[in-house]
Design a protein around this ligand. Structure first.
Ligand code: NAD
Length: 569
């Protein structure tokens, strides 16, 4: 019924196989990845060029899309296409080491950086929202969410092990699991639905509270959730039995988290880990206690202000229970949904007694240059990803956490569009993996080139004070120079395309971040570029955290030879 559904371009699928539709793999790669972002299996709303994350787009308009495709098809290997918020604005003569595409999306001058001004300019056709990997053509579907959640729970497992006195590494090489522990969370939506599988992939037991029965069913249908309990009591019984056998199990239970968490306290249920992924950031998307699920829509539409007050009061009760579970020894964290701030607004003054997930678990990894390394097979052949999975396991045999992820991902992740893989690798490791992939293309072990990129949510490429750079040691949360230097150094190092975006993840005015993608086409030139890009890109993560005063980053810089001129410690 969409006015664009008669769009002759749809559905869009990237070309596959070894035949070129552009002049070289350097330009074929961004062309295929742009199209892949708009594949109906990948994009949320391809009719409107929306890839994910609200209105994150791949191109500003269909005319702009056509012009990007035409430009890339014809682009030479000493030329660079410039894209301004999804619209191609120039082709310039550069050189073979220069990126083939340079992208700037959604950027606004500070005082003008509000959603209101952004929407005004968007309505005039002057800009578009690029999110993180939508406008920079390296989104790979929901695998990224699953992997990030897996990585977070793996880090939680290391923290729990350290508390028990087991010596472990909080980042790579740790072998702790969640076996023998029970995690409680709520929300089985778009992001939150990855939680049950991420916990069981870490060998743990999860109780997932969700007020929408259809969401529980969908997660069971997709094999992200194992079973459903008829009551909270039954959920706890099932959880304890599985925990005692050290058997991974995820259990969905229908109900309101603000009611069920306090009941877990009353029951003195043995809970080890607590978090939440209800849509707390938007009080109208959080169901207050006492409002029947069936009346949710009508009640919030009729009285948004009154509903907001009720939702905040319930969030206060919800967070109070989280804090009290922490008082009793549970590991508790905020999973990036602002529930602490909403509970505070709802009148609960101890809300900030537990940390956000980035300072608690992710930052130690950022100090090692670790982050969401990802690649996609331009051949379209899943056998190419299976071969790279084997190569990763051979390269890093000592990394137990990585082995668990790659093995489970091979079995459980369903590809969307071009087959792809994501895993977290650190400084030094990314360059080794990239070099190996390029050799595999050269030797014919892979049937076609691969692209190697990452999310903008990475160690040295984002300034986002409510998320990735919350509570930096030196207070430098809002300093965005690092993200810009990251884009510049990737450009100077030979990346195939580089992007600078504003507003991804947390919205306009709240973040500035950069991305890079480099093509492994099996040539000697690609090998040189890959070595520099995949060294310098995570290197930015190490130096950003050395500069902020993190000891671990300092150690990594010394051990692995990252040069920091003013590191006098
Ligand atoms: P979503 O809207 O798809 O799902 C939220 C779910 O919570 C829904 O299924 C809803 O029925 C359920 N829910 C609402 N109120 C409830 C209540 N009182 N009790 C039980 N269930 C309730 O949202 P999503 O995409 O899954 O995102 C969840 C949250 O995570 C959002 O606030 C989002 O901003 C945040 N988020 C975090 C990260 C991260 O990096 N950790 C990334 C993106 C988003």
């Amino acid at each position: 019924s969409s006015p664009l559904s008669s769009n002759p371009r749809l559905p869009i699928h990237a070309a596959t196989g070894t035949g070129l539709t552009a002049r070289s793999w350097q330009t074929e790669a961004p062309l295929r990845m742009l199209m892949n972002n708009l594949d109906p299996e990948v994009a949320e709303d391809p009719d409107h060029l929306v890839v994910y994350g609200g209105t994150g787009r791949a191109a500003r308009s269909w005319e702009a899309y056509d012009a990007i495709v035409a430009s890339l098809t014809d682009l030479a290997d000493d030329e660079t296409l410039l894209v301004q918020s999804g619209k191609p604005v120039a082709v310039m003569r550069t050189h073979t080491w220069a990126p083939r595409v340079l992208i700037a999306n959604s950027n606004l001058v500070g005082d003008w950086a509000s959603w209101e001004e952004f929407r005004r300019l968007e309505d005039l056709g002057l800009t578009m929202y690029g999110q993180m990997t939508a406008g920079s053509w390296i989104y790979i579907g929901t695998q990224g969410i699953l992997q990030g959640t897996y990585e977070t729970f793996a880090a939680v497992a290391e923290v729990l092990a350290a508390r028990r006195g087991v010596s472990t590494s909080p980042t790579t090489g740790g072998s702790a699991t969640l076996a023998g522990t029970i995690t409680v969370t709520a929300g089985l939506g778009g992001m939150g639905g990855a939680q049950p599988l991420a916990v069981t992939m870490n060998d743990g037991v999860a109780i997932c509270i969700e007020c929408d029965d259809a969401r529980i069913q969908r997660r069971i249908d997709h094999r992200y959730l194992d079973v459903r309990a008829a009551s909270l009591e039954e959920a706890v019984e099932l959880a304890v039995a599985a925990r005692d056998e050290r058997r991974p199990l995820s259990i969905g239970v229908l109900g309101n988290a603000a009611e069920m968490l306090p009941r877990l306290l009353e029951m003195e249920a043995p809970i080890d880990v607590v978090t939440d992924q209800t849509s707390a950031h938007d009080p109208l998307a959080y169901l207050p206690v006492g409002v029947p699920f069936a009346e949710w829509e009508a009640r919030r539409t009729a009285d948004p202000a009154g509903f907001t007050k009720e939702a905040r009061a319930s969030m206060a009760a919800h967070v109070r229970a989280m804090v009290e579970l922490r008082d009793r020894g549970a590991e508790v964290f905020d999973y990036g949904n602002s529930i602490r701030d909403e509970a505070r607004k709802g009148g609960y003054d101890r809300a900030f007694e537990f940390p956000g997930f980035v300072p608690a678990y992710i930052r130690p990894q950022f100090c090692e240059g670790r982050g969401p390394f990802r690649w996609a097979a331009l051949s379209g052949d899943p056998a190419d990803i299976a071969a790279t999975d084997r190569a990763i396991l051979e390269l890093f045999p000592e990394d137990e956490r990585l082995r668990r992820w790659i093995t489970m991902a091979g079995e459980r992740v369903h590809y969307q569009g071009l087959p792809a893989r994501i895993c977290w690798l650190g400084y030094g490791e990314r360059a080794r993996a990239g070099a190996r992939f390029n050799e595999m293309v050269a030797s014919g072990e892979l049937s076609a080139p691969v692209v190697i990129g990452r999310d903008h949510l990475d160690c040295g490429s984002v300034a986002s004070p409510y998320r990735e750079t919350e509570s930096m040691l030196d207070g430098s949360d809002a300093i965005a120079d690092w993200a810009l230097l990251n884009a510049l150094v990737n450009t100077a190092s030979g990346a195939t395309w580089v992007s600078i975006h504003h507003g991804g993840g947390v919205g306009i005015g709240r973040s500035i971040h950069a991305g890079q993608v480099v093509v492994a086409d099996g040539t000697a030139l690609a090998a040189e570029k890959i070595e520099r890009v995949l060294t310098n890109d995570p290197g930015m993560g190490v130096v950003r955290h050395v500069d902020a005063g993190y000891d671990r980053a300092d150690e990594v810089a010394r051990e692995r030879g990252v040069r920091v001129p003013m590191d006098f410690r």
